[in-house]
Write a protein that binds this ligand. Sequence first.
Ligand code: HDE
Length: 720
Amino acid sequence: MEPTKKGVHENAKTDDLAKDTESGQDEFMTTNQGLRINDDQNSLKAGERGPTLLEDFQLREKIMHFDHERIPERIVHARGSGAHGVFELTESLSKYTKAGFLQTPGTKTPVFVRFSTVAGSRGSSDLARDVRGFAVKFYTEEGNFDLVGNNVPVFFIQDAVKFPDLIHAVKPEPNHEMPQAASAHDTFWDFISLTPESMHTIMWAMSDRAIPRSLRMMEGFGVHTFRFVNENNESVFVKFHWKPVLGVHSLAWDEAQNLSGKDSDFHRRDLWEAIESGNFPEWNFGVQIVEEKDEFKFDFDLLDPTKLIPEEIVPVQIIGKMTLNRNPDNFFAETEQVAFHPGHVVSGIDFSNDPLLQGRLFSYTDTQLSRLGSPNFHEIPINRPIAPVHNNQRDGHMRQTINTGQSSYHPNTTGGGCPFQAKAAEGGFVSYHERIDAQKVRARSHSFFDHFSQATLFFNSQSVPEKNHIINAFRFELGKLETPAIRERVVGMLTRVDKTLAEKVAEGLGMPVPKPAENLNQNIPADGDPADFQPFDVNPELKISKALSMAATVKNTIKTRQIAILAADGVDGDSLNTMKLALEAAGAKTKIVAPHLGFIADANGNKIKVDQSFLTSASVLFDAVYVADGTKSAALLQGEPDAVHFVNEAYKHCKAIAANGAGAKLTELSAVGSKLHGEGNAGEKITEAGVLIDHSPDEFIKAIAQHRFWEREKPGKVPA
Ligand code: HDE
């Protein structure tokens, strides 16, 4: 029987989720009991100036509801942004898995995705240096599958039992609740300095991956090794990957910090606006498959979540595409109430024994009880599967389903034996029959103890600017510490990753390079011999993995990039419009930034609408800057310190800058100009990377597509 009542999804193939929306459009205002409200402006009083009456059920209902509007925020990943979309399979995976949505190319599965930062509170800045959550709920016809991943492929710890410690350490310190959404403080680095297994993920967190340009420009990873199981009950190991079609791009650290003030919703707004304007974010979905027989062929353990499988060793096969095409109608109902859980799997997808994953399988249902308040959280519209739900679970807070009939147990005859169990051939979930023959121990496999090789691989795989950014990120984070001993322990640990890295970080901190502590690993049991727990290094075959660097990412499009056009009264209308139209034709978004809002007049007296004034705008909100021609306009801009700062800052953050004719004067006042004048000979065409004076729109477009000209940075200085 198909449930048909409002609020219960039909088991139908759908591009979209059925929704319980309510807009109040063209309707009377009512109480929650449906009584029409006559006066929502005044409470019921004994006389106009008298006391409010207890009898005012209308006031009490409204205030009571308001008093309870907030729910506890997520203990981690509290700050997030969500979107609806669709996943379309392009390659069948039937050889490896029986999961229905991975069988037939062309199959479309609705998804809801939530991106998040980890450490900050719900109202914290989008721009924190942090790992980003990348959680995808696939509403498949066989039930929900949640891929609850991150934008980095590895994690800080190897065993779930250490998660509360890690999170306590990174969250604001308990005595004064500072700092918000930042790892640059003593408790975090104290924990890290005693936990060498964190070193690989720390390298990612100190890299530009932790300050993405856009949620639409980050990779996603399932992190753990999972299992696929096919119709013949054969299993392979699998790692999941999301690859953004627009490429992987990041901000500069100084820019991220400024953005926190200028627009702390920068990522949320960017995602929302892209979807509203029909520029739907897209990711290719990929898998790395490892046959069971190859489980032990790597120089790391597949079950260790601090390790990745280099793509050069096991290539990522692209098997589908996800497109986010609809913003939520209501942030709370959808993005806040969505409940992900790595244990939401479908037949054909199963778990490995990664001890971090195993702990997560407990944590996510448990946390929903305190966050959403009821074991019925699966009945909230955003969490409901499109597959029908029939079982003997009953009652509990805020139960929505009205179960009919006499029986609520199994086996039964009163209900005709219904609902009945499904055989494996009918889609019933059967856990993979993995043979386990072991002693019950609290222990960690010795195969998990190589804590540095992949941290080194990551560092070695970065471009020179990326390496510099990592060095500066360490200098920043450790520079904020109040306890010198913690700083020393961390730098000591870095010597095991890369000598130059440690030296450069130490130089920036004004300290000698310390030796690593004798007993680096303090994550040891009370009865453990420290000697047995110390990390060892393997000498991996692979010294560099290109896939780990963002330098080689997609750089052929300026779609959705934000370009500021600086102009004032007297601007050359042709110069402005030619560039604006060319940029927009290439898919970019332009905004005219001027000394005041309203309109400016071009040299011919035509009115041009201003999008932002220098007061409400900032270069950090843009990917590139264009200064249009026009003698009067250029002179006005030159007299505007905010305009000069705008170009200066864009230069500092290594962005593409173009100017035509008199517009170039603005660049002369800024760092751009002094740099150019220092280098160019009179009459010679200026060739500073990414600075284009009197070039064609096409050349500017090519430059913007490069994302940033990091080569302009001074080593060891801004913008990292
Ligand atoms: Fe989570 N994590 N986590 N985590 N996690 C949560 O669940 C937890 C881990 C991730 O947008 C919580 O509903 C434990 C790894 C994302 O709603 C909680 C451990 C990865 C999100 C929880 C981990 C993640 C969460 C908090 C170590 C990447 C946000 C609220 C064993 C593969 C999902 C909630 C969303 C959220 C526990 C480690 C990703 C408390 C115990 C590794 C993307 O249950």
